[in-house]
Write a protein that binds this ligand. Structure first.
Ligand code: GDD
Ligand code: MN
Length: 390
């Protein structure tokens, strides 16, 4: 794959800004995109870098149009065998070839109005920040241009989901899955990034926890021509991307141990307190299970599942207010959701063991208590290092 200089404008020195536009079959949009973007970018000392994975006439149209453009236009065309990482791979490849101090990423279909992109770039380059996000979900921004009610609803709910999964990193970010954003090239380590599919910005934010982030609102427009490349398959890729991002961090967080002696002592103290609350929760759990099992005559596995909800509520209220009052992240509901998610995931592990113990002749209440105690350390570590990190 070769970088082609389609047009060189101005002197031959690096520009201040590189605008990366990833394209996959966007021949219908290139003329208007270039016509609107060119004059806006010229005063910003910018170059345009198109990273193309098309099979239609996109490169041909671009080559013709670029000849008239008031800015430098470069093209990276990836042949079919080199299209790894899809949209994310294309953006990353573009970033590796960018020459500007700042990089702006935008779509080719005019959903990101060129005027909004230029404003964002101007604001970014004037401030002491590392990443500037074009947001649809704050200030005067809007997602009206998304095609169809289904996209509007999924976009807003997946944004909530993702913010819930990275409560600390994304606390101040309203649109972590925006496709319109700019970053200071020196603040981003490309070798740390390995995006899968569409959500390059999310990858960037999660992999650079120290980056200084700002947002600028914009109105997303409808797609101009051609068709969206979003698909069910892309949705599945997104879920894989999320699992990879969260999974690796989760394991890292659980394994991380306190550095100094004081920190170790404090953690030990919290573990004792957690254990005492856990013991009281076990009494609650056993009593609830007994009520379900004896007077109410439920199946013991159903009883164990119900009892877990009761003792989880008990434990959550105590742990959240007594041990981790100062380390809370997110709303009460979000913290409760994380706590219940953990305990119910562990419940799924406990039930088969409980059943095996019952088959082996152990009494239901004792077997239940054994499975609860066995997971004590896991529960504590996930709480201390993931749910309530300092
Ligand atoms: N090079 C390359 N390779 N470009 C691609 C590929 C690919 O495999 N897939 C899509 N693109 C380009 C498109 O040509 C377009 O310029 C841009 O990426 C966005 O693709 P769309 O098909 O228009 O995606 P969308 O509108 O559904 O998604 C946009 O909005 C989302 C937020 O709602 C993108 O900006 C997403 O990144 C963003 O998350
Ligand atoms: Mn689009």
């Amino acid at each position: 794959m070769r970088l082609k200089e389609l047009r060189t404008a101005g002197e031959d020195r690096p520009p201040r800004l590189t605008v990366i536009v990833p394209t996959r079959n966007e021949a219908a949009n290139i003329p208007l995109l270039l016509a609107r973007l060119g004059p806006l970018l010229a005063p910003l000392d910018a170059e345009l870098l198109v990273v193309d994975d098309s099979d239609d006439g996109t490169t041909g149209v671009l080559t013709r149009m670029a000849a008239e453009a008031p800015i430098t236009v470069r093209l990276l065309h990836r042949p079919p065998h080199a299209r790894s990482g899809g949209l994310g791979g294309a953006v990353l490849l573009g970033a590796a070839h960018a020459r500007g101090e700042w990089v702006l990423v935008m779509d080719a279909d005019l959903q990101h109005p060129p005027e909004a992109a230029a404003t964002l770039a101007r604001i970014a380059m004037r401030h002491d920040v590392d990443v500037v996000i074009g947001t649809r979900y704050a200030g005067s921004g809007s997602s009206g241009g998304l095609d169809g009610a289904f996209r509007v609803v999924t976009s807003s709910w997946t944004t909530r989901l993702v913010k819930g999964m990275f409560p600390r990193r994304l606390a101040t970010v309203s649109d972590p899955m925006s496709g319109l954003f700019a970053f200071r090239r020196s603040a981003v380590r490309l070798d740390r990034m390995n995006p899968l599919g569409f959500k390059v910005l999310l990858e960037l934010l999660v992999r650079h926890p120290g980056a200084r982030v700002a947002e600028v609102a914009y109105d997303m427009a409808p797609r101009h021509g051609g068709r969206s490349k979003a698909s069910l398959r892309e949705g599945v890729t997104f879920l894989r991307h999320l699992a990879r991002l969260r999974g690796r961090r989760l394991v890292g967080q659980i394994r991380r141990s306190p550095r100094t002696r004081v920190e170790r002592l404090r953690e030990f103290g919290r573990m004792i307190a957690f254990g005492m609350i856990g013991l009281s929760g076990m009494v609650v759990n056993t009593a609830a299970l007994w009520l379900c099992y004896e007077p109410a005559r439920m199946h013991h596995l159903v009883g164990a599942a119900l009892a877990t909800q009761v003792s989880t509520s008990w434990n959550f209220l105590l742990v959240d207010s007594l041990i981790y009052r100062r380390n809370r992240h997110g709303s009460f509901a979000a913290r409760a959701a994380r706590f219940f998610l953990l305990n119910n995931a562990l419940l799924l592990l406990r039930l088969p063991v409980l059943q095996a113990l019952v088959w082996a002749g152990v009494g239901v209440l004792v077997a239940n208590a054994v499975t609860l105690s066995a997971l004590f350390l896991v529960r504590f570590l996930v709480n201390d290092r993931v749910i309530y990190t300092a």
